[in-house]
Unconditional design. Sequence first.
Lengths: 148, 148
Amino acid sequence: MPKDADPRECSVADTLDLVGERWSLLVIRELSYGVRRFDRIVRNTGASRDILASRLRKLEANGIIRRERYSDHPARYEYHLTPAGAELCDVLLVLMRWGDRHLHPDDPPVRWQHSCGEPVSPVVVCRHCGGEARVGAHSPTGRGARTS
Amino acid sequence: MPKDADPRECSVADTLDLVGERWSLLVIRELSYGVRRFDRIVRNTGASRDILASRLRKLEANGIIRRERYSDHPARYEYHLTPAGAELCDVLLVLMRWGDRHLHPDDPPVRWQHSCGEPVSPVVVCRHCGGEARVGAHSPTGRGARTS
DNA sequence: AGGGTGGGTTGTGTTTTCCAACTCAGTGGC
DNA sequence: GCCACTGAGTTGGAAAACACAACCCACCCT
């Protein structure tokens, strides 16, 4: 951190401290697809095995994933999302939507079917009024709200 | 990339290639707060100056931010979100909500006031039916949809 | 006995990132 | 004129993160 830094207090930054390193969100993506085993996660993400091992440890330490033994002798584990981890799927969905729109406008690599029968097309809305929400639409308040 | 890797085709991964490096999303956060100048972004994010310079170049090259000269002699620039960049604010909002819930349950560092008068509390919904959307609720289809 | 799978760890490089210090062209004070 | 300050970077050297093949161990199958 440079000496002249005075970082904004911010939940975005704090969340990224937990899941913002390379591969972490892709691990969560794999778990959300139902892929639970080390080797499969390596194959599907492209992360190297040592880094993946360390990411899994960190995510587990922070209560985002849970390790479950499915065999003793030899010890074998599967990884699952905790409820807190599952809430991060929102983030994936919004990232996916941006990439679908801006990087694959004609053929999204994956579609999720929503319970309404349509492919999911996620929007972020205000839970109070249902209107679209966007950072910057109005002014922020609170400890981290400085605008310069 | 390990030899046995066969990474999933995925818009999440492709989006993270553009904005997933450390500091990139915090740069976008600062621009969304109306902070536009190099030194202020350094101060508010805590990124080092060289890394910030390289992130700004990359984001500009990918059409997420735009550089605008506000002084000649000496040349001085401000940074702005492009429309594509502004759409990434959704991601920030969802990350912020997760951090507010799980890391600052009692006192969120920042609140955004929505046009309805309430503080914004973002939810991700399906644009077709308005119901809550979540990855994993139903099965994926498409080129990147394998579940093992 | 030989090969394959699962879940890692180790050793050894390569690449990023960090941070202070420096630059260069103005601006404001006195 | 002289000094300090600001803005927007760039540079050099050290530290941290990352990559990748190779190894390990214990089962399982044939």
